[in-house]
Design a protein. Structure first.
Length: 724
């Protein structure tokens, strides 16, 4: 199934509805939705920013196991599929697509239970998760430099004071096996716990014909969380979270003929990530006029990404003919042909530690400002990120210099927010964050010694102004202006011709937004609309050049485009059609274009792409479907999700085709147990998630060619759930 105008017409006219909950009453469901990613908890309707909320019921109804299963149903959100699991996200066309070298510098924040996993989104299994919040647009006041494009905030279920336990198992094609379980209850009268574990494995839908194996692209993941909540006194509450993820995945996803799932590599790659993260949150209300919140977080991660870069094997290349590079006659002619020799391996290992501390001071009800009309909050944030990595490349049996790199960055921020009740029912929110970032980088090779050394330091600022009003019982509106920022940086190992790109500047984004939250038909139909316009200055752009003399070698770097501009909309709506039926859909529209920018091809020629759409920024994204659930226990969910075509990169003009997928789940539910049959991508659509355009075949003279990687094909399975 491909994206056509008729599909869009159906998406718009049948239903513009997105699920907020699958409770029997839409009015009750709306009241239950609370946004937890801001400084203070707010109802969804009262939150003055574009936000998509996916609750636990929706995750279960759509058979979501990992965050990549839910991405397609969020308007104006995309990802780059160059890893075994989505690690790099784009919101409204803003975000990284890879990180082959350089310092970690994310545009999209990724937070799990106050643990910062930005740039490490692989550890996003969603078992025992209560809610996902995707904040679209810069969140400069709340999250600073890592939230230029927005924020993904994952909230797990909290410990309970009554005992509850559950187990879930799933079986499916491609040797899918998922085993999950949780336990929650009281350790004492004031201490509660919750433990959840999940082991997920699958072969990866890739058959390696050369090695005669079907698991070289496998998924093998063990994840878990431990949460302990303690109400030590009436004034002091402590919450502790421990998260761990062991992702032992293969990476064998690229083919020379673009068939998608039949590979020829002799040394399949790996995509491993081992993360342990913890967060300790203190909430103290014992002072007379202020409340104190302190959050300490620490994450340590070992990750490795390696791949067979020639995408084949020595026997395959030896069967091909290439021009002899030896000039026998000395006349500049290379007429002889010989068997091709091409073997390329790339491997990067990294160890990353992130430590952060945040203090927030907020007023009590008796200590508001301006005649008791304004709540205030002040905060201090400090973080330290340190990473050591080793990058190795092997060409035709010869190792190039191994690069050893060390990077550390310290961020210190102060922030504040005022939330005022104005006359005539208006509410005003003003926030400001000032952040100083200092970093150090150095690398060396065994043969060349010390290489690049950088120590940049800069001060950045962001914030927001939002005015909202409850217009009547049906409508709540807001306007918002927000400024986000992303730290500048540096490029390592650049050749002489690219020396001017050694350093790149801080990027800023200014977002203008209007939002309207509405309810109709006695609150059985609810909608949330956001219309936005964004201006990016000194936009950071991923660029790459292939060496025409040594085609196996690439230079990957970050440059600044002068600017780009975007506008669009997001709409999420839900309709409780009957007590048993909910219809829903999301619709995103995005026009994101460069104002002025040109990239360089491998011969050094400037290619002007001014006024062209940004990479990984599809013009349309949508989903629509429905859920049936009745008292007899029968359940059915089906939905379609899709997006229009988009450019793969800022360094070439190849595009992904439009695509859509059909997903369904059928089951029977009781109070204690449930069983479901489910399917993803039922029409077996080939959905491109990453694409390159370069020369990787010596037998055709290294001619540039389009290569694509695809998402999983049709998947079928069964899930059994039991709670006690």
């Amino acid at each position: 199934m491909t994206f056509k105008k008729s599909s869009l017409a159906i998406a718009i006219t049948v239903s513009l509805f997105t699920p907020v909950s699958f409770a029997q009453s839409t009015e009750q469901a709306v009241e239950k939705i609370t946004v937890t990613s801001n400084f203070k908890k707010q109802s969804l309707a009262a939150t003055p920013t574009s936000i998509a909320v996916i609750n636990q019921q929706q995750l279960q109804d759509q058979s979501v196991q990992h965050f990549d299963n839910v991405l397609s149903s969020i308007a104006n959100v995309n990802f780059a599929g160059g890893t075994s699991r989505p690690k790099y996200f784009q919101i409204r066309g803003v975000g990284e697509r890879s990180e082959y070298n350089g310092a970690p510098n994310a545009s999209v924040g990724f937070i799990v239970d106050d643990i910062d996993l930005s740039g490490l989104g692989m550890a996003a299994n969603l078992y025992d998760v209560s809610q996902i919040e995707v904040l679209r647009g810069p969140q400069g006041t709340r999250f600073g430099a890592n939230a230029l494009a927005g924020l993904i905030y994952v909230q797990s279920n909290e410990p309970t004071d009554v005992a509850e336990h559950g187990i879930t198992s799933s079986f499916g094609d491609d040797q899918l096996l998922t085993l999950s379980g949780f336990s929650s209850g009281a350790l004492s009268s004031n201490v509660n716990y919750r433990v959840s574990l999940e082991h997920h494995q699958q072969n990866g839908y890739s058959n390696n014909s050369f090695l005669d194996k079907d698991d070289t692209n496998n998924i093998d993941e063990l994840t878990g969380k431990i949460k302990i909540n303690a109400q030590l006194t009436d004034e002091l509450a402590i919450k502790f979270t421990l998260l761990f993820a062991n992702m032992d995945n293969g990476f064998d996803a690229w083919t020379l003929d673009n068939n998608g799932f039949q590979t020829l590599t002799d040394v399949p790659g790996v995509d491993n990530q081992k993360s342990i993260g913890s967060a300790l949150k203190f909430e103290y209300t014992g002072f007379d006029t202020i409340d104190l919140t302190a959050i300490s977080s620490f994450t340590t991660t070992d990750h490795q990404h390696a791949y067979d870069g020639d995408w084949a094997n020595p026997e395959y290349w030896a069967s091909k003919e290439c021009l002899d590079e030896y000039d026998e006659n000395g006349n500049g002619e290379y007429d002889d042909t010989i068997a091709c020799v091409y073997d390329y391996l790339w491997d990067k290992k990294a160890e990353r530690d992130v430590l952060s501390q945040e203090f927030r001071f907020s007023n009590k009800d008796n200590n508001k400002l301006f005649a008791q009309t304004t709540d205030w909050l002040l905060g201090i944030y400090v973080s330290r990120l340190e990473e050591d990595n080793i990058t190795e490349e092997m060409y035709n049996g010869w190792a190039s210099d191994t690069i050893f790199a060390h990077y550390k960055a310290t961020n210190l921020a102060v922030f504040g927010q005022l939330d005022s009740e104005l006359t005539s029912g208006y509410q005003l929110s003003v926030g400001l964050r000032v952040e100083k970032r200092s970093s150090d980088y150095n690398d060396f090779t065994l043969s060349g010694g010390i290489g690049d050394v950088f120590s940049p330091s800069e001060t950045m600022w962001g914030g927001h102004i939002a005015l909202s009003k409850q217009l009547n019982d049906q409508h709540n509106a807001y306007i918002r202006v927000a400024r986000g920022y992303k730290a500048g940086g540096f490029n390592m190992g650049l050749p002489t011709q690219l020396a001017k790109f050694k350093e790149f500047e801080t990027e800023t984004l200014l977002n203008y937004e209007f939002g309207l939250d509405s309810q109709y038909f006695e609150k059985r139909l609810s909608s949330r609309l956001a219309i936005f316009s964004m201006d990016r200055q000194d936009q950071q752009v991923n660029a790459s050049q292939q060496n025409p003399d040594k085609p196996q070698q690439f230079t990957i770097y970050t440059a600044n485009a002068t600017s780009s501009s975007s506008y669009g909309m997001e709409m999420d709506v839900s309709w409780q059609l009957t007590s048993d039926v909910v219809l829903y859909s999301t619709l995103g529209y995005l026009r994101a274009k460069y104002d002025t920018y040109a990239y360089f091809d491998k011969y050094g020629s400037s290619i002007d792409i001014s006024d062209r759409e940004l990479a990984h920024a599809p013009k349309f994204s949508y989903s629509f479907g429905g859920t049936y659930r009745n008292d007899s226990g029968f359940f059915f969910n089906a939905y379609v999700a899709g997006k229009s075509g988009f450019y793969f990169s800022d360094s070439h003009s190849e595009k992904a085709d439009s695509s859509s997928t059909v997903n369904a789940r059928l089951g029977y539910e009781t109070n204690d147990w449930s069983i479901y049959l489910w399917g993803r991508n039922l029409a077996d659509e080939k959905v491109a998630t990453r694409g390159f355009y370069f020369g990787n075949e010596p037998d055709i003279g290294w001619a540039a060619k389009k290569y694509q990687r695809y998402a999983a094909p049709r998947q079928l399975g069964v899930t059994f759930d039991y709670q006690f």
